[in-house]
Design a protein. Sequence first.
Length: 244
Amino acid sequence: MARFSNKTVLVTGGTSGIGLATARAFAAEGAQVIVTARPGKAAQVDAGFELVQLDAADIVGARELGARLAAAGRQLDAVFVNAGMAEFASLADASVDLWDRTFDTNAKGAFFLIQALRSVLAKGASIVLNGSINARIGMPNSAIYAASKAALISLAKTLSAELLPQGARVNVVSPGPVQTPLYGKLGFDSDTLAQVAAQIQSQVPLGRFGTPEEIASTVLHLSAPESAFIVGTEIIVDGGMSQL
């Protein structure tokens, strides 16, 4: 298939995990792919990808990216707002700093990135936000992270209402447990992380973690013309964890 021939797409956090799998899936279907990575990160990108150094919480950088695209006369046919952070802490141990960093990255950064890109969205453009089933389940120690993802789910509805007049729509893909490098950044030591992973996997009816490629396929579906009647919606991809 070549659903994205002659299309330009942007994938934030596109150098590892779900972002990289999605960037590769877009490229395999003919897209010109722009990926972002945090400044200073040693990012390996596939041949043909255009790399932009951008931290997900950097609002000034997001505006500069939008201005550069506009000055070059470039338009985006799809945007996958994937970059984010996940650090868990109990109610007793949570800090204001963790709250601010999480919301600056996962919610505030996403909102102002979309604001910065609104003028370069092509007619019929699709924006997909990377949510999480943590916004739907009461997992201990995940309150701050879950709240930031719940904010994204809300944004899909309100921003769709604002962007539909220019022909753009916004949706959310909410993964369950997926085997990505993000799991190593939850703030746990290796033994605790292994215990947490085993506990989570035991709660998935399919009995396994998902793969980045499985999430990527849903992102591409939401980005393609075939899903043109899907607006302001969340698709949950979690192996039945939040459903059964």
